[in-house]
Design a protein around this ligand. Structure first.
Ligand code: XMP
Length: 319
């Protein structure tokens, strides 16, 4: 892609001009945007870049290992892996209000990030995967009161607190352009094409109080769902697909036994930018196959339902 190649060269030149011989810290989440920023910066300034990956323990199955392997071993980018599952689960203990969950995770995330960045020697610059839609969304057009639907997870405020300047090489791009840039940079398709994942992670896909046991059930069920979506060749047709572990138990029967277990909701939507979305019209056979596999393979789930709500009036995530 010629235009992406020239965008890449220009972006690298701009980063070099901005940063000079100073140090940069980049928060890596495993998502497309921060991965593209990290690889772009690594090409631009090499070892002046350190990445910090705050692992909340609320990631999808296998995701943390993939991030560490790709960046540390494949790219040889200095990477701090803050493995803090216990800390995050303790902080979330007993919290069932969605906004309180988001704020608890957001605050802890910033504390951990700041501490690890300092330990790594600090830096003059903080690199972020801010996209064009984020830039527009944060501008208030009428100055009037706005309603917060969900407080989004970000590291806003951190640059001032740590006295760092921002490097935001994706500010002019939309998501599909970031993906094209990622391909231009040689990032593996598994990273470039991955569905979006929210900063608060699985915590907001477990309505009610979060526990490690619930997170483990959800991870396992979700991996089966995504596996079946890939096998059916549907992954790239869907903006985002994921599972939600409901705080509801229902009665079922397995063999001759009565069961009393969780309900799992499946969600899949098409969208252009996440602002509006339609639920994905799976074939019933497909849904039946996924439900059977999940109930057979995941202890703790005995019923599966499919969410047919579009956005609006629903949001994509349940919390
Ligand atoms: P909603 O649920 O608001 O989600 O319809 C729209 C898109 O944003 C993602 N999302 C987040 N992404 N931090 C993020 O980086 C967050 O706190 C957050 N909350 C929701 C969601 O997965 C969907 O793609």
């Amino acid at each position: 892609d010629w235009s992406m190649k020239s965008f890449k060269d220009e972006a690298i030149a701009k980063v070099r001009a901005q940063v000079g011989d100073k140090k940069v810290i980049c928060g890596l989440s495993g998502g497309v945007d921060s991965s593209v920023v990290a690889v772009l910066l690594h090409e631009a300034i090499g070892d002046q870049l350190t990445c910090v990956f705050v692992d909340t323990g609320l990631m999808r199955q296998g995701e943390a290992d993939e991030v560490v392997t790709l960046f540390r071993e494949h790219y040889n980018i200095p990477l701090v892996h803050a493995d803090e599952e216990k800390l995050f689960l303790e902080a979330l203990d007993g919290i069932d209000d969605p906004e309180k969950k988001r704020k608890t995770i957001g605050k802890l995330f910033i504390d951990v990030f700041e501490a690890r960045a300092k330990e790594a020697g600090g830096a003059d610059f903080l690199a972020q995967g801010t996209l064009y839609p984020d830039v527009i969304e944060s501008v208030s057009f009428d100055g009037g009161p706005s309603v917060t639907i969900k407080s989004h997870h970000n590291v806003g405020g951190l640059p001032e607190r740590m006295n760092m300047q921002l490097v935001e090489p994706l500010r002019e791009l939309f998501k599909d352009e970031v993906r094209a840039l990622g391909r231009e940079l040689g990032l593996p398709e598994a990273f470039v094409g991955r569905h979006p994942f929210p900063g608060p992670g699985l915590a907001i896909r477990i309505p009610g109080a979060v526990t490690k046991e619930k997170a483990d059930i959800l991870r396992k069920a979700d991996a089966i769902y995504i596996d079946e979506i890939r096998k059916a060749g549907l992954y790239d047709k869907i903006w985002q697909a994921f599972s939600v572990l409901l705080p509801v138990r229902t009665v079922g029967v397995m063999g001759d036994e009565r069961t009393y277990d969780h309900v799992l909701a499946l969600r899949a939507v098409t969208s252009v930018d996440g602002m509006t979305a339609d639920y994905y019209p799976f074939e019933h056979d497909f849904l039946g196959r996924v439900a059977t596999r999940i109930i057979n393979e995941c202890r703790g789930v005995n019923r599966v339902v499919y969410d047919v709500t579009s956005k609006p009036p629903g949001t994509i995530e349940w919390e």
